[in-house]
Design a protein around this ligand. Structure first.
Ligand code: ADP
Length: 511
């Protein structure tokens, strides 16, 4: 009993199995009849524990150690000396029971320890599993959180883009309609509702044919064909409001995907103002046409109906001057002659200007403009002599340019003006300057000159700078400019650097 009690205490200490078994074998001899000659051994599969005096003898008592019904070892007690035979050899029946009960205890200790070990292992495994799962869970949780953030961001972006779309959709100046391929409205913006006088729900029950005029309805299949072939189309229509009034509209239509289906997006622009402007332009063009016809008629009248009688007058004036001897009458006839010449000049330059205005292109020939100017100068000899003026012009070379014969009029006009607007006995200089690709012809006079504000205006039709006592109708320089323009050249006027008078110049391309 003491032995079993001792073993129980050893077991309770819960030391390692090795310690426990060592202590158990040491306690065993004390429970046998002759402790001093008793030795014991616990022999397990892989290890054995024995008393210090252990020695195998023929006097032995054994008991198998079982764990979960399976033998794992043996407990042996030996007498070191021969003792008289009792119950079982030299051993008592009680000793037999005792060894069995110790062997059973050892088996249970092992079972318990194994169970504990298993439990520890299992716990460890469980803890590892929990840790692993916790880690996995933490990672998954983090991923989930990130997903949630991403989702929220996407949702925000989506919301933002939808808001932007809505604000664009509703804040444009154009009416926007979305309709299916059969013309039934799927969505409309606020402007569309406002412009047509329907509310959104009303429009969403309607079809494009309900808001367009009959003309559009007739063309609808042709327009739909164009949209489906090209993907988009722009055309004009007339929208009809709820109250029956109309709005000229330009529709820009395009095929889109709307809620997973093909639809047509139409942007309707109110073109009332544009239509009005077009009407006005049409009216203006008609007016212009009419006034152009009037101008042509007037030019014809001038050329034929006025110029002919004036020429007849000239003929009779010449005849009268030839035969008249009375000085007083001669002076009166000369007044008629002067005024008739003025009339003929006016009619001729107006006719020329009108002709020049209608010409779009001239035929050019290579000519020496030096020689042309020389000829023009020759024609003005009488006028120059009359005002006792000196003309400086010397040909120093050949000045070939591609020009039309009308170029003569340019030089005639400039020289005529220089004489007309300069005092008696003053000088006129004509220069031809080599200016790279072009010739620059300058006519310099020492007359009164032209103020800066009038320098550009003098080339405009009928712009006559107020000068008393001079002749002309303000068409000469306009003709000059037109002819030079037709030659692809430029015209201009500058002050004469000598301090008095002006320099009129034209450029002509070299050939
Ligand atoms: P017109 O001489 O028949 O009036 P022009 O078109 O030839 O018509 O000239 C327009 C105006 O420019 C003239 O009325 C005159 O006032 C001014 N002008 C032209 N040439 C000269 C010049 N050489 N000097 C000063 N003024 C000039």
């Amino acid at each position: 009993m003491n032995c079993l009690y001792g073993i129980s205490r050893i077991i309770e200490k819960n030391s390692s199995l090795t310690d426990t078994f060592k202590k158990i074998v040491d306690v065993i001899p004390s429970a046998w009849q002759f402790p001093e000659i008793t030795c014991a051994r616990i022999a397990l599969d892989d290890k054995s524990f024995q008393t210090k005096n252990f020695r195998e003898t023929t006097w032995k008592q054994t008991s198998k150690i079982h764990v979960h019904g399976k033998q794992v070892g043996i407990l042996e007690v030996f007498y070191l000396e021969d003792k008289p035979e009792i119950d079982e050899g030299p051993f008592l029946k009680e000793e037999m029971k005792l060894i069995n009960s110790i062997a059973e205890r050892v088996g249970r200790i092992i079972e318990r320890r194994q169970a504990e070990e298993d439990l520890i292992q299992y716990r460890k495994h469980l803890e590892e599993l929990v840790e692993k799962r916790t880690n996995e869970f933490t990672i998954a949780n983090k991923q989930l959180q990130q997903e949630v953030i991403k989702h929220k961001q996407t949702e925000l972006a989506l919301q933002e883009s939808e808001n932007k779309f809505k604000s664009l959709f509703n804040n444009t100046n154009d009416a926007i309609f979305m309709h299916d391929l059969n013309g039934f409205f799927l969505e409309v913006n606020e402007i569309a509702c406002k412009r047509l006088g329907y509310n959104r729900n009303e429009l969403l029950q309607m079809n494009t044919v309900d808001i367009n005029n009959a003309e559009y309805v007739k063309r609808i299949s042709e327009l739909n064909k164009e949209i489906s072939e090209k993907g988009h189309a722009i055309f004009e229509t007339v929208h009809v409001r709820k109250d029956g009034s109309t709005i000229p509209t330009e529709l820009s239509s395009r095929i889109i995907d709307f809620r997973g289906k093909k639809a047509i997006l139409c942007i309707g622009r109110d073109i009332t103002d544009r239509k009005l402007a077009e009407e006005n332009i049409k009216k203006y063009i008609n007016e212009l046409k009419y006034s152009n016809e009037l101008k042509n008629l007037f030019t014809d009248i001038m050329r034929h109906d006025l110029l002919n009688p004036a020429s007849v007058v000239k003929g009779f004036v010449d005849f009268l001057l030839d035969i008249e001897k009375d000085e007083e009458k001669i002076q009166a006839i000369k007044t008629i002659e002067r005024n008739n010449k003025k009339l003929i000049d006016i009619l001729e330059s107006a006719a020329k200007f009108s002709k020049m205005e209608s010409i779009e292109e001239l035929e050019f020939k290579k000519m020496d403009i030096g020689l042309i100017i020389k000829e023009v100068v020759g024609n003005f000899k009488p006028q120059l002599e009359e005002k006792q003026m000196i003309l400086d012009f010397a040909i120093k070379g050949i000045y070939i340019s591609k020009v039309n014969k009308v170029i003569e009029d340019v030089f005639s006009n400039l020289l005529s003006n220089a004489i007309k607007y300069s005092p008696k006995e003053s000088r006129i200089i004509i220069n031809i300057i080599d200016a790279g690709d072009e010739w620059k012809v300058e006519v310099t006079d020492f007359g009164e000159g032209i103020s800066d504000e009038n320098k550009l205006q003098v080339f405009n039709r009928f712009k006559r700078v107020g000068k008393g006592g001079v002749k002309g109708i303000g068409l000469g320089l306009a003709i000059v400019k037109r002819i030079v323009d037709l030659h692809g050249g430029r015209v201009g006027v500058e002050d004469n650097p000598a301090g008095q008078g002006s320099i009129f110049w034209v450029t002509l391309r070299k050939a």
